[in-house]
Design a protein around this ligand. Structure first.
Ligand SMILES: Cn1cnc(CNC(=O)c2cc(-c3ccc(F)cc3)cc(O)c2O)c1
Ligand SMILES: [Mg+2]
Length: 215
């Protein structure tokens, strides 16, 4: 059967990037996104903002909700020390399969714990099954209508501590209005919006919300 878009991106990476070189993998995905086919990766413009947050936070324990093709997982993992524990969760089996190959091509499979499951099932298991005490940083980029459900699950499962940094993609496009409202008004976070450009677009606006848990 014909390849999916995600498989086409993976093939382009395998044929144009250097194995074991994460920056060349990111560059290839971004070139494909700008020049050939749009895809819902975080992208280079918003990616640079996330890079800054990861470098500033230097997390030892990190969680990503929404792996998709593995682009942001590679973006994050390439900045973490070998000692860090980084889990990424994807519900869609086909996306997870592409992500696994993309992450292996980048040579980061030893730095990323890839979980293929529903985030609502994984979050309550992080302490027991994944030996997490609390999270230093979280990146949320999965289904926009479950952002609020999942940050509340992180709270009730005692996975956040004073200073935990929670970053969320797509606050403007496609939008996560209930999430933005929640983190900005519930009183539990110091939240800031970082305006940027939508992935692989010169015109459309989007942005990341960065919310620091007050503990
Ligand atoms: C299948 N799947 C695996 N992960 C997910 C969750 N991510 C999204 O849904 C998502 C969607 C868009 C987007 C799509 C169409 C459009 F017209 C405008 C925006 C952009 C993003 O950056 C996203 O993260 C879905
Ligand atoms: Mg996104």
């Amino acid at each position: 059967s014909a390849m999916s878009k995600e498989q086409r991106v993976l093939q382009y990476v395998q044929q144009n990037a250097s194995r074991g070189d994460p920056d060349s993998v990111l560059a290839a995905v971004d070139k494909f996104g700008w020049e050939t086919e749009w895809a819902m990766n975080l992208g280079d413009v918003k990616g640079a903002i996330l890079d800054r947050f990861v470098k500033e936070t230097a997390p030892q324990t990190m969680l990503e909700l929404g792996t998709y093709m593995g682009y942001s997982a590679i973006r994050i993992a390439r900045l973490l020390p070998e000692t860090a524990k980084f889990m990424t969760v994807e519900f869609d089996q086909e996306n997870a399969a592409v992500a696994r190959e993309m992450i292996e091509f980048a040579g980061l499979q030893n730095r990323i714990i890839q979980i293929t499951s529903d985030t609502a099932d994984v979050i309550p298991q992080l302490k027991t099954k994944y030996d997490v005490e609390t999270l230093d940083m979280v990146f949320i980029d999965h289904w926009k209508d479950v952002y609020v459900r999942d940050i509340k699950l992180l709270e009730t499962n005692k996975l956040l501590r004073k200073g935990t940094v929670v970053v969320a993609d797509n606050i403007i496009k496609p939008g996560a209005p209930e999430y933005a409202e929640y983190v900005r008004t519930c009183g539990k976070y110091d939240s800031t919006f970082h305006e940027s450009r939508f992935e692989y677009s010169n015109d459309d606006i989007d942005g990341l919300e960065k919310s620091v848990f007050r503990g």
